[in-house]
Design a protein around this ligand. Structure first.
Ligand SMILES: *Cc1c(COP(=O)(O)O)cnc(C)c1O
Length: 230
């Protein structure tokens, strides 16, 4: 049996509180209602006990990057009411079944093959899963996400699939200063607008203010809530 590492519940609670304040301030500065922006707590490489601590402090939406980790934590924490998981890392088709089993939303759909594999598996398991398309707005090599030019076909395919509910778009801009992300966030917003999509998942610990200014409806914060990853 793995030994549960010590988790400083108080530290997670206070960082979560500080992050909520920061997000509220960003919304106020952008003349937006804080209710428009969901805070996703990214718990990758932090133990299930850290997720439990954040849940106890009122956090409900969590993001994980790796399927194996997602599934382990989802199983361990299955009793926590209202907890919702999102997969925000690359999904391989051979892992689709596991993700659907734990009912995680998939924010990283970036190909027709993956979309169809996910839709087929949802139909098989009798569920409808929310998804977002991940867009590689800066066309970075080696990075997941579809090209902006592929968005129309993916939107059409997702909307044709009854077992998937297409909510919006997600992006991870190139590493850089927060301000450098702005044109990429703006591009994502334009793409979503063209397709009538309401969810815009963009912005992380370092650049959530810029993301909120550019219309984010979900910001994904890991370090700011859970501290540095090992
Ligand atoms: C790790 C990760 C985050 C959170 O990053 P932080 O800088 O720790 O806030 C957000 N989104 C994605 C896709 C990630 O992989």
């Amino acid at each position: 049996m793995a030994v549960t590492p010590d988790i400083d519940d108080g530290a997670i609670r206070s960082r979560l509180h500080a992050t909520r304040e920061r997000l509220a301030a960003a919304c106020a500065a952008a003349a937006r209602s804080p209710e428009e922006v969901t805070l996703m707590a990214v718990s990758k490489r932090h133990p299930a006990a850290a997720v439990r601590a954040a849940w106890s402090a009122g956090q409900r939406v969590f993001g994980e990057n790796y399927v194996q980790e997602l599934v382990e934590k989802a199983d361990e924490l299955a009793g926590l009411e209202g907890l919702r998981w999102h997969l925000i890392g690359h999904l391989q088709r051979n892992k689709v079944k596991a993700v659907v089993r734990v009912r995680a939303a998939v924010d990283t759909v970036d190909s027709l093959r993956l979309l169809h594999a996910l839709g087929d598996e949802c139909a098989r398991q009798g569920v409808v899963l929310p998804i977002c398309l991940q867009v590689n707005v800066a066309a970075e090599e080696q990075k997941s996400g579809c090209a902006p030019a592929d968005v129309p076909a993916l939107v059409a395919a997702a909307r044709a699939c009854e077992a998937l509910r297409l909510d919006g778009l997600m992006t991870v801009p190139p590493a850089g200063e927060p301000e450098d992300a702005r044109p990429h966030f703006r591009r994502l917003r334009e793409l979503a607008h063209e397709h009538g999509l309401l969810t815009l998942s963009m912005g992380m610990s370092d650049d959530l203010e810029v993301a909120v200014q550019e219309g984010a409806t979900c910001v994904r914060v890991g370090t700011g809530i859970f501290g540095a990853r090992s």
